[in-house]
Design a protein around this ligand. Structure first.
Ligand code: KIV
Length: 272
């Protein structure tokens, strides 16, 4: 079913709320640098997430834990310089908000001041409620993140589907309600059963954006490098690849190497 799209010159937290109310699905994608942000924004993506997945795809770490607040600010400020329309949400990295609400607020303020991002995202439910409230009280929009929360990977032990058991599903539903009540403007649900994600999206008035959470939510998010097929070893079931850039780029770069070696490049027209 397709719904008429309203034109937004600039997407704000109010716009994404309106999209939910109008039944228009919200598109969200990660970006970590200026050039990619220009392309993603120009293609009409509503929300750009400067995700701490930068730790994996940009820096080559196995988990999202090592990325620092300074590094997130560097990525986010590059993205902000590349956008005209999208709402830019920036992940608070591991260790920048878990110890106490004052530290969480200080970290969120640094992101807003130094990167120019429009909102922050934090992973977790009632354990971080006080930090979320503190940030919201300062006028900074907050997006929640429940389900598979990669910053807690060492607690979970694996990246498998979360909240399949009753107790975890009940906690997730209660956490989603709490995030809505606190004043979060949206929630990401990662890798949970589709029926549970749909139930949560229908039970809260704020937008719910899914990744590996089925189609019954209010929008979808993917990691840009996965969508473009640059990360060819990563093959979760939820991922739809729209390109196969790993193969295409390898071929193009291999051709360049051959052309340099054979002195085919540069030719007369490519020389001064
Ligand atoms: O860091 C990230 O890219 C994310 C998305 C997977 C939602 O948090």
């Amino acid at each position: 079913m397709s719904v008429a799209k309203k034109e937004y010159k600039r997407v704000t937290v109010k716009s994404v709320q309106e999209m939910k109310e109008n039944g228009e699905k919200i598109s969200m994608l990660t970006a970590y640098d200026y050039t990619m942000a220009r392309i993603v924004d120009g293609a009409g993506v509503d929300v750009i997430l400067v995700g701490d997945s930068a730790s994996n795809v940009m820096a080559g770490h196995e988990t999202t834990l090592p990325i620092t607040l300074d590094q997130m600010i560097y990525h986010a400020s590059s993205v902000v310089r590349g956008i005209d329309r999208a709402l830019v949400v920036v992940d608070l990295p591991f260790g920048s908000y878990q110890s106490d609400p004052k530290e969480a607020l200080r970290s969120a303020i640094r992101i807003m001041k130094e990167s120019g991002g429009h909102a922050v995202k934090l992973e977790g439910g009632k354990e971080i409620k006080d930090s979320i409230k503190r940030i919201l009280n300062a006028g900074i929009p907050v997006m929640g993140h429940l389900g598979l929360t990669p910053q807690a990977i060492y607690k979970f032990g694996t990246y498998t589907v979360r909240a399949k058991e009753e107790a975890e599903a009940e906690k997730l539903k209660a956490d989603a309600k709490m995030l809505e009540k606190c004043g979060c403007f949206a929630i990401v649900l990662e890798k949970i059963p589709a029926h549970l994600a749909k139930e949560v999206a229908e039970s809260v008035s704020i937008p719910v954006i899914g990744i590996g959470a089925g189609s019954g939510v209010d929008g979808q998010v993917l990691v840009l490098h996965d969508l473009l097929g640059m990360t060819h070893e990563f093959n979760p079931r939820f991922l739809r690849r729209y390109m196969h850039l790993y193969e295409d780029m390898t071929k193009a770069i291999g051709q360049y190497v051959d052309d340099v070696k054979s002195v085919d490049f540069p030719n007369a027209e490519e020389s001064y």
